[in-house]
Design a protein around this ligand. Structure first.
Ligand code: PLP
Length: 390
């Protein structure tokens, strides 16, 4: 059976060039990057080269890049580390309702320990209103954390505007850019962020490695103790192979971003329009908002997203309903609820996220298969109401 992968926001396949860049450090170049002998120096060189490549992807300086285990650790470190380092007894944090749990959960943990938390709503398109950010700021606000691109709908949030507001008030701004890095150009200075989280496996790199951009002068408490790596900020022996892979993935992403972006946008738009044309009573979520080029989030009322994902998997199409990280949970996606979708419509939603290897033929196959699957599931759905003119 032909298998098609439309779940690139969950994770991406490793690029062959990335595997090639990692191989030496999984085999003969096994030195510890902290050792002073030649083995160690070769490993150190690989880490520093990768740091420069990741910095280039973000328009940052290499010294501002800290490697770690991925997006979840980056956001936890940014949020918990900023709040712990901030002076004062009363502390206030601002975030948005559409954040990934890697941001929402540490914020909620802080709220449990006495930190004031404001969770801002989004509009129907899924966008945070910067004026809401302004209004939420208090004298004790120590952190604003809003994502750059949403993992479910692909919306690109107005971080640049929020950055200006944060800078005016001298408040630390963190952006979860896990779904933006490698897809859209990022320049940390233009965005005005102090902290920015990225993860290699979302842009053809290996899993379990990521980076936190820390603007020079931003003070962050350590999360872990036990050594001096990453400028004393993140102890533990560096995973040299994974870091080298992330560096190569960053280089490839930067080099191919505009061509690959155009190509994927073409495929995504054709898939989206084709499904709208073929499936009555369906819609695209966040269609009116600026979105990353690869993400298609559509609601097909009257059926369960889980049932669609299983039925499509049997036909060879891998996609997801809501965020992959929360699959297994039956609750409707908090992102779609924040957009104002009814819980049953949020449940009837599919996320199709495209990537480097997807082709026109795959989109054609999906345009044949997905409407058939939906029609069949609707025909057995007890809640299905045919439109009057059908
Ligand atoms: N933030 C966003 C927006 C994500 O989509 C994800 C993963 O799905 C993460 C954070 C977590 O990243 P990681 O898998 O590297 O921990």
């Amino acid at each position: 059976m032909k298998r098609i992968y439309f779940d690139h926001n969950a994770t991406t396949p490793l690029a062959p060039e990335v595997l090639a860049a990692m191989m030496p450090y999984l085999t003969e170049e096994y030195g510890n990057a902290s050792s002073i002998h030649a083995y160690g120096q070769n490993a150190r060189e690989a880490v520093e080269q990768a740091r420069a490549s990741v910095a280039a992807l973000l328009g940052a300086r290499p010294a501002e890049i800290m490697f770690n285990s991925g997006g979840t650790e980056s956001s936890n470190h940014a949020i918990l580390g900023t709040v712990a380092a901030a002076p004062g007894k009363t502390k206030h944090v601002i975030t948005s309702a559409i954040e990934h749990v890697a941001v929402l959960d540490p914020c909620r943990a802080l709220a449990k320990s006495g930190v004031d938390l404001t969770i801002l709503p989004v509009n129907r398109g899924g966008l945070v209103n910067p004026e809401d950010v302004s209004r939420a700021i208090r004298p004790e606000t120590v952190l604003i954390t809003v994502m750059l691109a949403n993992n479910e709908t692909g919306t690109i949030e107005p971080i640049e505007v929020i950055g200006k507001i944060a800078a005016q008030k001298g408040i630390v701004l963190h952006a979860d850019a896990v779904q933006a890095a490698g897809k859209i150009p990022i320049e940390v200075d233009r965005l005005g962020v102090n902290l920015l989280s990225i993860s290699a496996h979302k842009f053809s790199g290996p899993k379990g490695v990521g980076a936190l951009y820390i603007r020079k002068g931003t003070y962050l408490a350590q999360l872990m103790y036990g050594g001096h790596s990453e400028r004393d900020r993140r102890p533990g022996t560096e995973d040299v192979a994974a870091i080298a892979g992330m560096g190569k993935a960053a280089e490839l992403a930067l080099a191919n971003m505009s061509i690959e972006g155009e190509r994927t946008r073409g495929l995504r738009d054709r898939l989206e329009q084709g499904l709208l044309d073929r499936v009555p009573q369906s819609w695209v979520n966040s269609a009116s908002a600026p979105r990353v080029h690869n993400t298609c989030n559509m609601t097909f009322p009257f059926i369960e997203g889980e049932a669609m994902v299983i039925a499509l998997d049997l036909k060879g199409i891998a996609c997801s309903t809501g965020a992959a990280c929360s699959s297994g949970a039956v609750e409707p996606s908090h992102v779609l609820l924040a957009l104002g979708l009814a819980p049953e419509d949020a449940r009837a939603t599919l996320r199709l996220s495209l990537g480097r290897r997807n082709t026109e033929d795959e989109v054609d196959f999906a345009l044949e298969t997905i409407p058939q699957v939906i029609e069949r599931l609707r025909s057995i759905s007890p809640v299905y109401k045919k439109p009057a003119n059908a």
